[in-house]
Ligand binder design. Structure first.
Ligand code: FAD
Length: 440
């Protein structure tokens, strides 16, 4: 058992993934989380299910519904080719805490009200549901409280200020489904669960939406939704149940997400627009490698710079990748090009294409931080315009030496050259793969 005590604040997918990863590395982990203050339904793809399985969230996955049909009306065109799985977030997050307990994390359900640095680490002040106050000491702190994580004084990159207004409606039990529709100054997402609960969400620009006072929000949302064709099946025979809840959905990136004895993961490090529907996937992606970063910071302080560089480059890379996915979705809607909602979002964060064509003369090899055996170390990798953080290996085969081998003999074809060390069948396959990547 590693002697360091790690304190994780927040038990969503990101905090949960870090806690499980650290326990697997032999750390003693205490995680503090309070239930989210509002229920929310979110949609995920099968790719995210695989990520959740890989992270060890077995009980949480039981909360997930089977894939259900999703209708999309975007740029005036309706399609019904997609499916998504609907997750009730409150139940999912509670089951996630059960997963953590079952796998060795000490879970405390309570609200973190303050963090103080002390001589060896951090002290978290926690208020329990019983009203009792606790002080928890940790040598290393993982900030995973999502968008609620305090960020005063943290330099941040932000996109257009965006708010999502959500409300439950209740109607008769029905077959689960969801729908998306764009409109002149925003977009709506609607979901129907088997028990007849309907979840209606409007996403709008904070500056230009001209929102009414809070007490009028319910009627205001209803009036907006009633004009949307895709919302009709969700509203028919149903009634609003409960208040409108406003969720901030502005894209945000913390420019510093790791120090010697703390790290930010998930939405606490970077959060993007919900349009890309990738929030949980991206929270997991930012968290899965964090245990190796933490392990390195604790056990190999001489590699602290490398570990920090690795984490911050990954967070930034993920943020811009998902921000550009969002931008390209927004740009596909061309009916209201001068409306501030669409104008800003279809051009932010930049004009860099999501996928760059790779030409052999843009491909190089170099040293970059990589994860090996639960630690960050340096390795020779292949660097391309599309993969600036580098590609280390393919199914266990280190690629940089193989690319250098190909380049050393321009008189031979890549397949001939690779066959020398990998045999003819593997040599052919690797050469074809490198050609498909644009490396040779
Ligand atoms: P969270 O899941 O937010 O977890 C943080 C945890 O910390 C929560 O349990 C919270 O209660 C707890 N916490 C907060 N403060 C404290 C405190 N002081 N003390 C103790 N505990 C605390 N993603 C998708 O994949 N699909 C979608 O359809 C989707 N729709 C979205 C719609 C909207 C409007 C928004 C805003 C986001 C949406 N997302 C969606 C994104 C997704 O919700 C997040 O990206 C993801 O949950 C982030 O995971 P996390 O672990 O970083 O944080």
């Amino acid at each position: 058992m590693n002697k360091s005590q790690v304190l994780v604040l927040g038990g969503g997918p990101a905090g949960g993934a870090v806690a499980i990863g650290l326990v697997r590395l032999g750390y003693s982990v205490t995680l503090v989380s309070e239930p989210r203050p509002f229920d929310a339904v979110e949609g995920i793809s099968d790719r995210v299910v695989q990520g959740l399985q890989g992270a060890g969230f077995n009980l949480a996955l039981e909360q997930m519904a089977e894939p259900s049909p999703r209708r999309v009306t975007w740029n005036g065109i309706t399609s019904a080719a997609n499916t998504e799985r609907l997750i009730p977030r409150q139940a999912f997050d509670l089951a996630l805490l059960d997963d953590l307990k079952a796998q060795g994390t000490h879970v405390i359900q309570g609200r973190v009200t303050g963090i103080q640095p002390d001589a060896t680490g951090h002290v978290a002040e926690v208020s329990l549901v019983s009203g009792e106050q606790l002080q928890l000491q940790g040598d290393f702190l993982v900030e995973a409280r999502g968008r609620a994580a305090p960020a005063a004084g943290v330099p941040r990159v932000k996109g257009s200020q965006t708010v999502s207004l959500l409300q439950y409606w209740q109607g008769p039990a029905d077959t689960p489904c969801s729908a998306v529709q764009s409109f002149a100054d925003g977009w709506a997402w609607m979901a129907l669960r088997a028990d007849g609960r309907r979840y209606l969400q409007l996403t709008l620009d904070v500056a230009s939406a001209d929102l009414p006072p809070k007490r009028e929000l319910g009627d205001w949302c209803q009036a907006r939704l009633s004009k949307l064709e895709q919302a009709q099946p969700f509203m028919a025979g149903a009634e609003p149940a409960g208040e409108v809840y406003a969720r901030t959905s502005t894209p945000v990136l913390c420019e510093h997400s790791v120090g010697n004895n703390w790290i930010r993961v998930g939405d606490a490090a970077m959060a993007v627009d919900p349009l890309s529907g990738n929030g949980i996937f991206q929270a997991l992606s930012s968290a899965l490698q964090a245990p190796a970063v933490i392990n390195t910071l604790i056990n190999h302080p001489e590699r602290a710079g490398l570990a920090k560089q690795f984490h911050e480059a990954r967070i930034e890379g993920l943020f811009y990748r998902f921000a550009r996915i969002g931008r390209d979705f927004y740009a596909q809607e061309s009916q209201w090009p001068t409306n501030p909602f669409w104008q800003g979002r279809s051009q932010w964060p930049d004009q860099v294409p999501l996928h760059l064509d790779v030409m052999p003369d843009q491909v190089s090899t170099g040293v970059r931080p990589v994860v090996q055996d639960g630690l960050i170390r340096e390795a020779q990798v292949v660097i391309t315009p599309d993969q600036p953080l580098g590609i280390w290996h393919l199914n266990g085969l280190e690629l940089a030496p193989l690319l250098e081998q190909v380049r050393a003999r321009p008189d031979l074809t890549p397949a001939e050259q690779l066959s020398h060390t990998q045999g003819p069948v593997m040599g052919e396959r690797l050469a074809l793969w490198m050609q498909q990547q644009g490396w040779v």
